[in-house]
Design a protein around this ligand. Structure first.
Ligand code: PLP
Length: 442
């Protein structure tokens, strides 16, 4: 029975990012658009695209059909052999991103995309153990190198970043600017200057790459507009590769195919990592896209990497269907428009609720609410990264009301599927309005 299956999972699966004995969740048996359905027949509006990955919603018919079709022809062949969907997806990604003359390495997800991007950057720079600079309050994956790259409080204690030749700099967290800047623009500039200082401290000839998210982050920081263009300029000046982690921010999440594109051609990174929205999470797939300059340096050298499932045909066929769905349904544009609407609604909520200290986002369907105990003083509801009990209760009540919300620390992260209907968005916001009122009530 379903009940038996539910208890089986509780007893038998090691679940991510939780205390095992505390894991508890409905068993999801289906989905459609922005909704998920559980084994009790209940429906949940998914306001986070699960792990900010189901950009196309759940069970997108075009992707389901592509999986079915590819499965009937060829499920798998290793990358020792060619495969048509792999070739087509690589070409489509290079064309879409404008990385003419570059190449694509396929992975299974985001962490291994970042690890391999670092390998390629080091090799292409002729520094096999070259330094990599990432930032605090970032997340790049939970493999060991992914954790070393992440400036995440949850993973920092588990791994010695220095032994991976990774160092971290302070983030462009404008609401609580680590550099004491009062303006967003200046905070972005100072945070970029800190990267330049870190490169210079190590010596530019020992630094292989800077790896960062261009705009939004799963740890709730949204970089000011000044940040990425400055990072691009200073890494170029110093001859250091710039790797954009677009695992979460790509495929419309930030209102463009890739978040860096908002800053124009001059902001193009040297390498870019992708996953999540690449297949809308219908099948696991990640990728590293490298520029023509990086590719040229790798052309006649041994590549010391490989994954059994590199460019899995089933996943690549799904990726091709995903690209077609984003394009044909105008979802990048839709994300930009609905994202602006969401941001305006959240600003209106902030005017009504003093518990909302900051609203971040506005570029695409990604927004962050930072909750505070006192708006004037910007005092945190709970010390980072703890989630305050009141916010936990709010999330529980939302789920009971059929809306699934993602939180991290004091943050509520809103990143619904790009196919969410306006009415669904309105319903979720009305519920949030009510629940924030209850949270504030004495
Ligand atoms: N990079 C970013 C920005 C992410 O948000 C994530 C996952 O949340 C990752 C990398 C890791 O991706 P994966 O979980 O597919 O390994």
């Amino acid at each position: 029975s379903l009940e038996c299956r539910l208890s089986d999972e509780r007893a038998s699966v090691l679940h991510s990012w939780c205390v095992q004995s505390e894991w508890q969740a409905p068993t999801i048996t289906g989905g459609r658009g922005a909704r998920l359905f559980d084994s009790d027949g209940r429906s949940y509006l998914d306001m986070s695209s699960l792990a900010e990955c189901s950009n196309l919603g759940h069970q997108h018919p075009r992707l389901v059909e592509a999986i079915r079709e590819q499965a009937s022809r060829l499920c798998f062949v290793t990358s020792a052999w060619g495969a048509q969907p792999r070739a087509e997806l690589a070409e489509a990604l290079l064309e879409l991103s404008g990385f003419a003359g570059g190449r694509v390495f396929f992975t299974l997800g985001g962490a291994d995309a970042n690890e391999n991007a670092v390998k390629f950057a080091r090799q292409a720079r002729g520094l096999p153990r070259g330094q990599v600079i990432a930032r605090d309050r970032s997340y790049h994956g939970a493999s060991y190198a992914g954790m070393a790259l992440s400036g995440d409080t949850r993973t920092q204690g588990q791994v010695d970043a220095q032994s991976f030749q990774v160092s971290h700099v302070a983030p462009p967290y404008a609401y609580r600017c680590p550099f004491g800047s009062a303006s967003d623009a200046e905070c972005g500039e100072r945070a970029a200057a800190a990267v330049a200082a870190a490169i210079d401290r190590h010596g530019a000839d020992t630094v292989a790459a800077v790896l960062m998210e261009p705009n939004a982050g799963t740890n709730g920081i949204v970089a000011p507009d000044t940040y990425w263009p400055a990072l691009r300029a200073l890494t170029r000046e110093r001859g250091v590769w710039l790797i954009a982690d677009e695992v979460m921010s790509g495929f419309g999440r930030c209102g463009e195919w890739f978040a860096w594109q908002r800053h124009g051609e001059s902001a193009r990174p040297d390498l870019m990592t992708l996953a999540k929205g690449l297949t809308g999470a219908h099948v696991p797939l990640g990728a590293v896209v490298v520029s023509a300059a990086v590719s040229a340096r790798l052309e006649h050298e041994m590549l010391y990497t490989g994954l059994t499932y590199c460019g899995h045909p089933l996943a690549c066929a799904t990726g091709l269907a995903a690209l077609a769905a984003y394009r044909d349904e105008g979802l990048i544009e839709r994300s930009r428009q609905l994202g602006a609407y969401l941001f305006a609604c959240l600003k209106a909520l902030q005017a009504r609720h003093p518990v909302i200290g900051d609203v971040r986002g506005g570029h695409g369907l990604f927004a962050v609410l930072e909750l505070v105990a006192d708006r004037e003083r910007r005092s945190a509801l709970a010390p980072w990264p703890q989630t305050p009990p009141a916010l936990r209760r709010l999330v529980g009540k939302a789920l009971d009301a059929g809306v699934s919300l993602a939180t991290r620390g004091n943050l509520i992260i809103l990143a619904p599927p790009l196919v969410i209907e306006e009415k669904e968005l309105d319903d979720a916001l009305a519920l949030l309005d009510r629940l924030l009122g209850e949270l504030e009530a004495p």
